[in-house]
Every structure is written in C-alpha cells, then in structure tokens.
Ligand binder design. Structure first.
Ligand code: FAD
Length: 198
C-alpha cells in the first residue's frame, strides 16, 4: 500500500477533526509573547488578547526563535529552503510510487496521472524567514538534469509549477519534541527537517 501525506491538507484535516472533538482552534492569530511567572508558563499574548493556560507547545517551525530563544539551550535548528517542481506530460500517464533516490537524493511522488512532483535538496541555509521565497532557476535546472538521468520519462515533461519555501532543520535531521529549559509547562515541537508531515 502506498501512503502519501500532503502538508497543507494534512494540517487542515487534523484541525477539522479536532474541532469535531471539541478542541477550540484560532487561525491567523499571531502569538507575540509567552507569559511566564516564576519559571512557569501562565499563558500567551496574542494579537487578539491574552490567553491563560498552564501548558504551551511552541510549534512555530522555523519562526520559533523569537518566542523561546531566551530559554532554549537545546540543539540548534536552522532554516533551509525547500523547492519542489511539478513536471507535466499531457499526453502520457505516469505510474510511479513515492520515491527517495538514495544515490542522488532526488525525491518525488505523483501529483496526478500527468504530473510528477520532484524535488532535490537545496543547500540554502539560514534564509530570511519574512521574505517571500523566489524560485531559484538554477536549482530547477539542476533538479531537472538529475531527474532526467534517473527517470527518463521526465525528458518529455514541461514545468507546470514550482514552489519554494523552507523548514527548520536539525543537525541529525530528527525533529525535537521536548521540554524547553527550566520553564514549567513549556514544550517545543520543531526541527522536522523537511519531513514533518510523514
Ligand atoms: C514546499 C514544501 C513541501 C513539503 N512537502 C512535504 C511532504 O510531502 N511530506 C512531508 O512530510 N513534509 C513535507 N514538507 C516539510 C513539512 O511541511 C514540514 O516538515 C512541516 O510543515 C514542519 O512543521 P512545523 O509545525 O514544525 O512548522 P510549520 O509547518 O512551518 O508551521 C509553523 C506554523 O507556525 C506559525 N507561526 C510562526 N510563528 C508564529 C507566531 N508567532 N504566532 C502564531 N503562529 C506562528 C506559522 O505561520 C506556521 O503556520 C514540505 C515542506 C515544503 C516547504
């Protein structure tokens, strides 16, 4: 059986299922600060007002630093760009499993019968998190070049779309789920290194 996880749809599904079970969710709400008293979490400060609570899990991805840097002494998490390419052949059907090529590092999956999603790890570290990520054409060309050498069917494709964003990476590519510093009730879930959904 082949299983595929699509990040945005997975998040939307978890949110809608948790709401059905009574969880209260707030979207598009900026957390500006954590409220800490006597080394204990007492709440968060949001653009919509303060929310009081005894446990906070910071899962702000590559943006977590401003919230926790003063307490976080764990392994570093650095931002790194991710660029994925949607390669299409209108007249042919693809039939490929999800793959990670251990020889080149190329990875991908079918987006639909005519389009393959193909990526190749970038080497663009410590990027500006608040700037829209512009597509890197040289990385597109490199991915295409490596892709065609591994999957000949890519020679007959055109580039339908390219998406570029980023994730927080740890040195060993393993995510961190742990208590932060000596603050009671403060936890981190971050550093998923490009694979936080599957
Ligand atoms: C183009 C692309 C394709 C990918 N494809 C896959 C895939 O197929 N499979 C897979 O497993 N992984 C994939 N990944 C990686 C995966 O998306 C990440 O590993 C995962 O989303 C990381 O989860 P996270 O919760 O740590 O951070 P994020 O998903 O980055 O979430 C952090 C959230 O916190 C919010 N936030 C930040 N600061 C604040 C604040 N102060 N207040 C309120 N909210 C805040 C942000 O807006 C964001 O919504 C892909 C990544 C990219 C960029």
């Amino acid at each position: 059986m082949e299983v595929m996880w699509i990040p945005i749809q997975t998040t939307a599904y978890f949110l809608s299922e948790s709401r059905k079970k009574g969880v209260i969710t707030m979207e598009n709400s900026l957390v500006m600060n954590l409220l800490v008293e006597n080394k204990k979490i007492v709440g968060i400060q949001t653009a919509q007002g303060d929310i009081f609570c005894s446990t906070v899990i910071v899962s702000a991805g590559a943006w977590r630093s401003p919230l926790i840097s003063m307490w976080d002494t764990g392994p570093s998490i650095r931002s790194k760009a991710i660029q994925i390419h949607f390669l299409k052949n209108e007249s042919k059907h693809f039939s490929l499993p999800c793959f990670i090529d251990e020889i080149t590092g190329l990875y991908g999956r079918m987006q639909n019968k005519h389009t393959l999603l193909v990526g190749y790890p970038t080497n663009d570290w410590d990027i500006h998190l608040d700037k829209t990520q512009m597509v890197d054409d040289s990385h597109l060309a490199l991915t295409y070049h490596i892709g065609k050498s591994r999957i000949p069917a890519l020679k007959e494709t055109i580039v339908e779309n390219v998406r570029r964003s980023f994730d927080g990476y740890t040195q060993n590519f393993r995510g961190r789920i742990e208590k932060i510093g000596d603050i009671e009730g403060l936890y981190l879930s971050s550093g998923w290194s490009g694979g936080g959904v599957k």
